[in-house]
Design a protein around this ligand. Structure first.
Ligand code: NOJ
Length: 437
């Protein structure tokens, strides 16, 4: 059961590193946003975060003790590329080289994300993702990292483009940003594939939308519309070099989304694996008063975590199945899955996060079902290794397997950490836990 399966954890640079101006790092849009009152709850910033920039050795020890086989993290572009014409920042590169070497010492495979939302501010100042020049800047940054980290065998170009593009983080021009992200992805991935032997993919936050009534043609149409807007807008270009039919109407776009013939070939077939960040699967109902999608989400009584996200473990299987049915046997990884529960340290100096254990157990059971059904799901990365900066929620939401006491930065593994460790190491226990469901 889930043998030959990669068990991992995931984090991202701005959410854990801190060291926001250390060793030549320049500001990113998230430094700017968090330093601007009103953007982040309680005025929290990532200035120190989990201080992983200085405590990375301890964190890798904790990963090794957890027995994970892979670690997904992201590179802070602002550590590597100060504003041109200044040269690449060697100190930033050294940090990631040391981290990767230490991971490899422990046999932990690095899965490296190039962009997890923290655009250098100097790029935002010239239009960010809305300016086509960003394509060459991104490819340039990626090429520096490919050369600097030759032992990394798995690269992820972008994390959840839907989120930073829809929230206008790092651009002010929706259709241009979508095009430029996809072109930057395509150019970078083909450059990698032409010059290196490892694998390259992208992580999308996909959702398998469920019709409120399977018998209702209108609900099915509503599902099709929201799926095109949310999933298809990224999947169709990457697999088929085109945008989904009717996408411009569904987004009410005056400046149309399109690709030239040459661009189609750039974005298409550019991945070796697809990363799916799976969190939920909303139920959708037809609503004629909500043009152009004519759809609304139905609030049903699923259990929710403290982000208000409905917990639907079987959606993990559904989305993998949908991808296989539409796009064939592309290797899949769940590059994120996790829940916010604010369990605290109790008097015994432990965090008894039973709800997280239950959540993981159910989602891993659906990973197992997915594999059993012959879908090429290769691994699972839990979000997240440790509590961290949850974007506009600051430190108020806690996703980690490890508790962080922010005033002292002390790390305390939660019960879920020990449970996951046992799942990874002990085949019998894994079997028993999965079968219990
Ligand atoms: C998706 C994002 O990639 C990650 O940065 C975020 O913290 C988690 N989901 C939880 O919301």
């Amino acid at each position: 059961m889930l043998d030959n399966f990669v068990f991992g954890v995931a984090t991202s640079a701005y959410q854990i590193e801190g060291g926001w101006d250390a060793d030549g790092k320049v500001p990113s849009i998230w430094d700017e946003m968090s330093h601007t009152p009103g953007h982040v709850q309680n005025g929290h910033t990532g200035d120190i975060a989990c201080d992983h920039y200085h405590r990375w050795k301890k964190d890798v020890h904790l990963m090794a003790d957890l027995s994970i086989q892979a670690y997904r993290f992201s590179i802070s572009w602002s550590r590597i590329m100060p504003e041109p014409p200044k040269k690449v920042n060697e100190k930033g590169i050294k940090f990631y080289q040391k981290l990767v070497n230490k991971l490899l010492d422990y046999d932990i495979k690095p899965f490296v994300t190039l962009y997890h939302w923290d655009l250098p501010k100097w790029l935002d100042d010239i239009g960010g993702w809305g300016n086509p020049d960003i394509i060459k800047h991104f490819k340039g940054f990626a090429s520096v990292m490919f050369e600097a980290l030759p032992d990394v065998e798995h690269w992820i170009t972008f994390n959840e483009p839907a989120v930073f593009v829809n929230n206008s983080w790092g651009h002010h021009n929706y259709p241009e940003a979508v095009r430029n992200v996809l072109l930057a992805h395509g150019k970078t991935a083909s450059h990698y594939k032409a010059n290196y032997d490892g694998k390259i993919g992208i992580s999308l936050n996909l959702m398998p939308f469920i019709p409120n009534d399977w018998e209702s043609k209108k609900d099915l149409l509503a599902v099709e519309n929201v799926s095109k807007r949310h999933n298809g807008i990224w999947l169709e270009p990457i697999f088929n070099g085109r945008f989904p039919d009717g996408i411009n109407k569904l987004y009410n776009l005056k400046n149309k989304l399109f690709f030239t013939k040459e661009e189609k070939n750039i974005v298409k077939t550019s991945i070796d694996f697809l990363g799916i960040n799976y969190y939920s699967c909303p139920t959708v109902k037809y609503n004629p008063y909500k043009p152009p999608v004519n759809a609304m989400f139905v609030n049903n009584d699923y259990l929710k975590d403290e982000m208000g996200v409905g917990i639907k473990p079987h959606g993990l299987y559904l989305i993998c199945k949908q991808v296989k049915e539409k796009y064939g046997d592309i290797p899949l990884y769940i590059t994120e899955n996790g829940c916010a529960y604010n369990d605290v340290l109790t008097h015994d100096n432990k965090v008894h996060d039973r709800r997280r254990i239950n959540y993981m157990k159910q989602h891993l059971a659906y990973c197992n079902l997915t594999v059993e059904k012959g879908i090429p799901l290769k691994g699972y990365f839990h979000w997240s290794l440790m509590n961290n900066f949850e974007w506009s929620f600051g430190y108020t939401k806690q996703f980690g397997l490890i508790d962080i006491h922010y005033p002292t930065l002390k790390r305390t593994p939660k019960d879920s950490y020990y449970w996951y460790k046992k799942i990874i190491k002990d085949e019998e226990f894994r079997k028993k836990e999965m079968e219990e469901l």
